[in-house]
Ligand binder design. Structure first.
Ligand code: HEM
Length: 402
């Protein structure tokens, strides 16, 4: 469909189209070339696909607000149920983020490394003798939830249930725009769960040093409301779970596709940090981040009006040819840190250190224990969501070992 508002008639982009989810990169290349500021009339949103434009929008929080949430679809009152600081602008955002950020710094997160490694090995080991497994269902979907659960005190028997709600929350039917009953029910089920958990934990609290205890402590001191605490539990269970799971799948897939790069990494494991960064740049697990336009603004000759919705397409920005040399080649020695996979500016991912550590440790253990894995491409299945990018099923086979 052509648009009167965008700067081209040559491109139509539907972020709900399953064909787009399979391989969005050619679509984004066309958008960057012909319609870097794209307007979709059918759903009524703008899309920015160039690195510079996304960067400027992330930095200009007065014009591009988070109050209607980070999903492409605006949530009319994103903080009405359980407030989450991802849905806030300064000064509220600044106040809550300040409480959390020190607990998520690399030196604090580093203590989890051995736990993550042991968990990764314990999840892979039962499958080693079989020579096949589903790398998402049997491994990548389980580990991040387990790690988050240790941080927010979700007991092991409850983890599948909480992960199920997180999955339901982001699930989109083909062509679905906006939230459906399944998404909303999952949100409230999680709310009830974290309400009970927080109340129970708060009664036992004795100055523990972990992230959820710090949040409960802040509630006791009147810095947060009980609803803020519930929102925080839901936010971590969603933000810290799905994205990391999907990045492990994306990285396993890209290393399998580019076997020379996989071999390079096996030969020199010290490249792991760079390989994770390159996966974040080349095939990040968050596609786009939504913002609400607060005042009229012009970008590349296009006029965005107050009240409109805009998607900052970060996986397109990370492939912008004007920003990265050979942007479409997967090169684990590249060492670029200027990708946009974790966003930019005041909302940039507070869990980035944890995500980097989890993905690096998981990939180290995969390459150590099953270095010759082959993916059954016909069995790959994807999540269909405009914001999340990655697989729900990654069937692999490998040489069985005792
Ligand atoms: C590969 C994994 C991950 C990716 C790709 C990712 C991506 C992102 C992105 C793009 C944002 C910016 C949202 C915005 O600008 O509105 C963000 C924010 C956030 N992420 Fe992550 N994330 C990942 C892992 C994690 C983990 C492991 C955690 C927590 C344990 C986490 C917690 C958060 C939180 C709480 C925010 C909100 C920060 C704020 O609003 O100030 N993320 N993430």
């Amino acid at each position: 469909m052509s648009s009167a508002r965008t700067n081209t008639t040559q491109v139509h982009f539907d972020p709900y189209d399953h064909a787009v989810h399979d391989d969005p990169y050619p679509y984004y290349a066309r958008l960057r070339q012909h319609a870097p500021v794209y307007y979709n009339e059918e759903h009524g949103y703008w899309l920015l696909s160039k690195w510079d434009d996304c960067y400027a929008a992330f930095r200009d929080v007065a014009t591009f607000s988070s109050i209607a949430g980070p999903a492409l679809e605006a949530q009319q009152d994103a903080n009405a149920g359980y407030p989450m600081f991802i849905n806030m602008d300064p000064p509220d955002h600044t106040r809550i983020r300040k409480l959390i950020q020190p607990l998520m710094l690399p030196q604090r997160i580093k203590v989890l490394e051995q736990y993550i490694r042991d968990k990764a090995v314990s999840l892979l080991t039962p499958h080693l003798g079989n020579g096949y497994m589903d790398l998402t269902q049997d491994f990548a979907a389980l580990l991040p939830m387990d790690v988050i659960s240790t941080m927010i005190h979700v007991p092991e028997p409850d983890q599948d249930m909480v992960r199920g709600w997180a999955d339901d929350l982001i699930y989109r039917e083909d062509g679905q725009f906006g939230l459906n009953e399944r998404n909303i029910n999952a949100y409230f089920a999680m709310g009830n769960y974290f309400d009970e958990l927080a109340t129970e934990m708060s009664e036992k609290l004795q100055g523990e040093d972990d992230i959820f205890s710090a949040v409960l402590q802040a509630e006791r001191q009147g810095q947060l409301t009980h609803k803020d605490v519930i929102g925080f539990g839901i936010l971590l269970a969603i933000a810290g779970n799905e994205t990391t799971t999907k990045l492990i799948g994306n990285m396993s897939y890209r290393l399998w596709q580019h076997k020379d790069q996989r071999q390079l990494l096996i030969n020199d494991p010290s490249l792991m940090g760079k390989a994770v960064e390159e996966t974040l740049r080349f095939d990040g697990s968050t596609q786009m981040i939504g913002r609400q336009v607060m005042k009229d603004v012009e970008i590349r000759g296009c006029k965005l009006k107050a009240g409109e919705r805009v998607g900052l397409c970060i996986i397109s920005a990370s492939r912008d040819e004007e920003k990265f040399d050979n942007a479409n080649s997967f090169d684990i020695t590249r060492g670029s840190r200027d990708h946009m996979a974790f966003g930019k500016g005041i909302h940039s991912c507070v869990g980035a250190s944890l995500a980097r550590l989890e993905v690096a440790v998981c990939m180290e253990e995969i390459l150590r224990l099953i270095p010759d894995y082959e993916i059954d491409e016909a069995g790959l299945q994807r999540t269909h969501n405009p914001n999340v990018r990655g697989f729900t099923h990654v069937p692999i086979s490998f040489t069985p070992r005792k």
